[in-house]
Design a protein around this ligand. Structure first.
Ligand code: NAD
Length: 287
């Protein structure tokens, strides 16, 4: 039996895989708030930004997961650090308290909206409360966080800041039975462009769109999908996950975190309202 465990296991976060950018603003007195920081892409984004010397305020509802993120960061002796603040993004008061706590750690300059969730059902059977919950976490919370963070960015010494939003290939085209997710990912691109419009070039915004990423959300489903369809784990990865892309491996969470590092950096000064579509050709090629 071939060992395919590395195809389904999210890799351990490794400082050697981080994109390092020499940027004066990537300093300990500047704060990056990262949502969804207990797991997957949010955890990797928190890790990559802390590795670049920023003070990260990582937030999530999953407190044990946040502890895991903080432990991994501490183990790797990174230049920056991660402070954790538990919050439920469906609660506006908790969002306000989170931004206040972040402002106590330094100057809030960056916001990475990564937290998300999925629900799969056809439109006729889609529970309206699940639809609302997905919008609350993936569109309303990013809006509320931007609303709370923009004044801090504008009041900072040089008046700059940046909001990075996790979109998806589902913010470009859609698949069946994911109506709330599709609507939310198109919505987050609208929020991104709205922040760019009102940021006057000083506060920038961008979104990130990837295909399937090796996170627990995705990899946990692979063995079950293989069993259900009577195919191998390799076939699930190659045909189901990567079928429409030109990539042979799924993206790692840190590869996505690195896109946030680039997007926040001085090298992305003209990235404003735009989307970093890094999907292995999934949405841009056809067979
Ligand atoms: P994940 O499940 O590993 O992490 C999502 C995190 O969001 C979890 O830690 C969860 O606790 C948190 N969260 C959910 N509801 C919350 C709430 N009410 N308050 C606070 N935190 C909450 O998922 P992931 O794969 O890392 O996905 C992160 C983001 O990336 C999502 O927006 C997802 O849509 C997007 N994305 C993922 C993939 C992929 O293949 N994994 C691809 C494209 C886009």
């Amino acid at each position: 039996m071939p060992d395919d465990s590395d195809r389904v296991e999210p890799p351990e976060l490794d400082p050697n895989e981080v994109l390092y950018v020499d940027d004066d603003r990537f300093a300990a007195d500047n704060v990056a708030i990262v949502t969804g920081a207990a797991s997957g892409i949010g955890r990797a984004t928190a890790f990559a930004l802390a590795a670049n010397g920023l003070t990260v305020v990582g937030t999530d509802v999953d407190e044990a997961g946040l502890d895991g993120t903080a432990e991994r960061v501490a183990d790797c002796d990174l230049d920056g650090r991660v402070a954790t603040v538990a919050a439920d993004l469906t609660d506006a008061d908790e969002i306000a308290a989170l931004v206040d706590a972040a402002a106590d750690e330094g100057t809030v300059k960056y916001l990475a909206n990564v937290a998300g969730l999925q629900h799969v059902d056809p439109i006729e059977a889609f529970p309206a409360e699940r639809f609302d919950r997905l919008q609350d976490v993936m569109v309303r919370a990013p809006f509320l966080l931007a609303k709370e963070c923009l004044p801090h960015m504008r009041a900072s010494e040089d008046g700059t800041g940046c909001v990075g939003n996790m979109a998806s290939v589902h913010g470009h085209y859609v698949t069946s039975d994911k109506v709330a997710y599709n609507v939310a990912k198109f919505g987050i691109r609208g929020l991104t462009q709205s922040i760019a419009a009102e940021g006057d070039g000083s506060v920038r915004s961008f979104s990130v769109s990837t295909g399937y990423v090796k996170t627990p959300l995705v990899t946990d489903q692979i063995p079950d999908t293989a069993e259900q369809r009577g195919i191998s784990v390799d076939e699930v990865v190659e045909d189901v996950m990567l079928g429409q892309s030109r990539a042979s491996e799924m993206m790692t969470p840190l590869e996505v975190g690195n896109l946030f590092v680039f997007g926040f950096s001085k090298h992305a000064g003209h990235l404003n309202g735009g989307d970093l579509t890094v999907d292995g050709g999934m949405t841009l090629t056809y067979e």
